[in-house]
Design a protein around this ligand. Sequence first.
Ligand SMILES: Cc1cc2nc3c(=O)[nH]c(=O)nc-3n(C[C@H](O)[C@H](O)[C@H](O)COP(=O)(O)OP(=O)(O)OC[C@H]3O[C@@H](n4cnc5c(N)ncnc54)[C@H](O)[C@@H]3O)c2cc1C
Length: 509
Amino acid sequence: MNEYDVIIIGAGNGGLASAATLAELDKRVLVFEKHNIPGGCGTSFRRGRFEFEVALHQLSSMGTPEKPGPLREQFRRYGIESEIEWIEIKELFRVNFPDGTGVSIPADRKACEAYLMEQFPAEKDAILRYFETVYAFADESAKFADASAKSTGEPGALKKAVMKLLFPKMYPTLARYGLKSTQEVLDEFFTSPKLQLALSAYWCFMGMPPERFPWSILAKCTNIYMEDKPFYLRGTSMMMNQAIMESIRRMGGEVRLNLGVKKLLLESGKAVGVVDDNGMEYRAKKIVSNISPLATYGALLEPEEVPAVAREYLKPYTVGISAITCFIGLDCTPEEIGFTTSFTLNYESFDANKDFQDAYKLLPEHDPLVATCYTVDDPAVSPKGTSIITAGTLKYGTEWEKLSPEQYYEMKYEAGRRIVARLEAMYPGFTSHIEEMEIATPLTHMRYLNHPGGAIYGYEQDLLNSVFFFPAESKIPNLEFASGWVNACGFGPNYLFADKLAKRIAREV
Ligand SMILES: Cc1cc2nc3c(=O)[nH]c(=O)nc-3n(C[C@H](O)[C@H](O)[C@H](O)COP(=O)(O)OP(=O)(O)OC[C@H]3O[C@@H](n4cnc5c(N)ncnc54)[C@H](O)[C@@H]3O)c2cc1C
């Protein structure tokens, strides 16, 4: 019988974690994955003697074994924590400024405050007040989320009026900063452009300039990384997702690789099952889509089946940014070439708005460059005496989609050449050590993930799409979404979101 409690479309982070939690709660689950390996973005590939990580630079919410974060607790429940060698990253990141100077941010609140106060003594008090605010914001957000999860039903007019009055008193930091942009908050606290960039440097990795980037996301991200520390793992994120898949199977769930879903079945407007690529039908009480709402509604349903209310709901959200990434294997150690920090954010200007506009162009010029040398924190990630580096810049897919196949290859290698030239300028001799190199463009992400525009973080993460307003609602009964498109995008947030969703679904099926 092809009948299940829950069917999950896609074995990315969100799909796998939903399935694992549901299987843990004794639900009959079936996961379909069109690719021949699980993981979605969270995967790896081999070139020569190197195994390259596709996406993960830093895993959030892990915490240490002694002070576990929510993700470590979740992995303990799945029985996979001890199967993986976790690597704690000591330095959050290094920012290289346009004038050749830079700062390295420790992944610890006190150490970070002390370091920044030493670097920017004129802004000492503001630095302390800023971190106080970041922590108060994170604390109040967590309390507000808990309270919201406990309240049941739609609040009546009276309750709404009371909440409106009480909210600023109960959650003063959340009320004051919840809807502010990163730039607004930085301007309130700091005057030094370097300090502002040091504290918002993640913007070039997350793909929204500070004027549009929700401070709520930056504050939570800063707090989570400082408290739960950034982690990597031995064997790439593929190991982690492979382990979750095995855990699903151990707990009685099914994962079918190399088998996509081509149709979502509706009856009286409700989701009741799916059809796989071979035309086989399966039924379930709930369907969880781990792919974008756009692809779910657009590719798995006929246009007339998509509720008008779903189109209306998604209308304000815009498809987010993609990336050009060079995956590079060097025949030397990181020290030989001058890499001392695993995660480096390199800026050639302080004008974030201009830099962001450049992300719409086809080729990298002066775009901020994100470079990760995985070998710095764990020499064993690559063969002895070698290093693995990924370096790239965020780009929208639009210009790439216009290219002919011949132009595509030419432009892809030109993009690679430009990124390598930037690395050569920073680390003289770099080029002569390249042993292997592969390049991913927005079209690569589109091809492997089926994501519109090759978006790597789902919808644009702007003020509209933040803490309070993620487009997580499904407008089809019995259909749910669990992916980076409906939540703060990233490994940690996705696993945690899917866990929460699965617990709710388990109570309903
Ligand atoms: C270059 C890059 C760098 C990143 N760096 C970081 C980082 O350092 N830290 C961090 O936290 N996050 C990072 N991210 C983001 C993170 O990888 C994503 O947020 C996350 O992996 C998305 O997971 P997801 O659950 O949305 O699923 P996805 O990864 O989008 O996977 C969806 C899955 O669905 C499958 N699928 C699609 N259509 C079908 C179908 N019809 N039937 C069956 N299966 C289907 C796909 O094959 C895929 O496996 C990065 C992403 C990229 C690309």
